[in-house]
Design a protein around this ligand. Structure first.
Ligand code: ARG
Length: 480
């Protein structure tokens, strides 16, 4: 257990982590990912201890210098991680004392690992949200670009996976855009609500020393410090929220994945089976599978599992910090990594889809999908909707194939002279000129809205990204 320091002394782990169950308690393999956030929090904590007169300026300089040296060791891969020290927090603090001597033992003044880990997680969350949101914005741009190019490509719109009414591929792709846009909105709102610094809550009840949580919060780029110390060390709401946000984003990704799988099947053949979709079969030489879309569809299960795992951990935990809360990190890290992978894959996948416009157009010409158009034509000529629905329904049920115009006219005496226009499937999407509909004009308006929204998201993200940069600015030499 003991180990040699560079100066030759050996150090035992501090007594608070010495226990026969140390291996079971250890979280280092997981929480190492928080190292840089932990350093930034410690640097600001040390500064605060100096400003409040708890430490001398010279002590602060030594501590901050040591913490930055540790930052360089971690970045260079030479940091001597010690699994017997339980977690990232004790590893960094022990290393600091090895490097700077007994003054290192002053860093943890008026702080507990309870408020420390809660702070680290908030810093991590902010960065993770910024990363996922920026990938989602890239996906939005791809969807917008592809939708603009397919604004005039008719395709069948489906309900119950049955051909329903004609839309355009551009309209269809933008439907996916709006889903992901709400995901970005949720993530950014979660980041805003999570912008609370827990440092200064101590183990659970603050401190007898004159600490300054507001300084810490401001310096780390948070909106404010906590209101209640018990709540601060135990609040994992932002983690649960982000797991929901990510799970729902991956539900949306999964739906899109499923459609790519369907559309690439020979039954639909709306999407060409190119190598960009995935690999082939080791046995069947003709195969080209939509593997990537299938994995996009499947990985959502992990995210939903992570959300349920965390909610189950949190359920029934009494105030304030309980060791159960350590189990919050595996699901969080897993979902963030999964979301980044899935959205990254979708950016490439959607960007490379080869649509078979002829197949789409041919499918859109299915006369069945003009039934509603006929009903609405009759409604326009004064026939009550329900009556028109019955009349057209009766024809549709009888017809085995396309119906000649003359036959339609005799079955629907109220039809107007412009009936032929209604029977032109090429015009069906364009006739749906209501706001948010697939007509060329409505789609142009929708595209403009989507582009503006994407710009707005980009701006919101850039202010979040600036606060994320605080961590590296603090850990690397401060730019004054
Ligand atoms: N590894 C712990 C966690 O992630 C850090 C806090 C430990 N606090 C304690 N009182 N044992 O939650």
């Amino acid at each position: 257990m003991a180990r040699e320091t560079p100066t030759g002394e050996t150090r035992d782990p501090p007594s608070y982590v010495r226990t026969p169950v140390a291996g079971f308690l250890a979280s280092l393999p997981v929480d190492r990912a928080l190292a840089r956030h932990d350093l930034a929090g410690s640097i600001v904590h040390a500064e605060m201890l100096g400003r409040t007169g708890i430490l001398t300026p010279a002590e602060v300089t030594t501590l901050v210098g040591g913490l930055r040296a540790i930052g360089r060791e971690i970045a260079g891969g030479s940091f001597p991680w010690r699994p017997e020290l339980e977690d990232v927090h004790t590893n960094l603090e022990s290393r600091l004392t090895e490097m700077v001597g007994p003054v290192g033992g002053k860093l943890h003044t008026a702080r507990s690992r309870n408020d420390q880990v809660a702070l680290d997680e908030r810093l991590y969350l902010r960065a993770a949200i910024a990363e996922v949101a920026s990938l989602l914005i890239r996906l939005e741009r791809v969807l917008i670009e592809r939708a603009a190019a397919e604004a005039a490509t008719p395709m069948p719109g489906y309900t119950h996976l049955q051909r329903a009414q004609v839309v355009t591929l551009g309209h269809y792709l933008l439907a996916h855009f709006w889903r992901f846009d709400r995901d970005i909105d949720r993530l950014l709102a979660t980041a805003e609500r999570a912008s609370v610094s827990p440092l200064g809550a101590g183990a659970l009840a603050g401190s007898t020393l004159p600490i300054d949580p507001l300084y810490v919060a401001t310096r780390l780029g948070f909106a404010r410090p906590f209101e209640n110390s018990l709540d601060a060390v135990s609040d994992r709401d932002p983690l649960a929220e982000v797991l929901f946000d990510l799970a729902l984003a991956l539900v949306h990704a999964s739906g899109l994945g499923e459609e790519i799988v369907l559309f690439a099947s020979k039954e639909f053949a709306f999407v060409r089976r190119t190598a960009a979709l995935g690999s082939g079969s080791s046995l069947m030489p003709q195969k080209r599978n939509p593997d990537a879309a299938e994995l996009v569809r499947a990985k959502c299960g992990r995210a939903i599992g992570d959300l349920v795992a965390l909610a189950t951990v949190l359920k029934g935990v009494p105030l304030s910090y309980d060791r159960d809360l350590q189990e919050d990190k595996p699901p969080l890290f897993d979902s963030v990594a999964t979301a980044k992978e899935v959205v990254g894959a979708l950016i490439a996948l959607v960007g490379s889809l080869e649509f078979d416009r002829e197949r789409l157009r041919a499918a859109a010409e299915d006369p069945e999908m003009l039934a509603t158009d006929l009903v609405e034509h009759l409604v326009g000529r004064g026939v009550p909707f329900r009556e028109a629905h019955e009349a057209v329904g009766a024809i549709a049920r009888r017809a085995a194939g396309p119906i000649a115009e003359a036959e339609l006219r005799s079955a629907l005496p109220a039809a107007g002279p412009d009936l032929a226009k209604i029977l032109d499937p090429g015009a069906a999407a364009d006739r749906r000129a209501t706001p948010g509909g697939p007509s060329a004009k409505a789609l142009a308006a929708q595209l403009a809205l989507a582009r503006a929204r994407c710009e707005h998201r980009t701006e919101s993200l850039s202010s979040l990204a600036r606060s994320v940069e605080r961590v590296e600015e603090l850990v690397n030499e401060e730019r004054k």
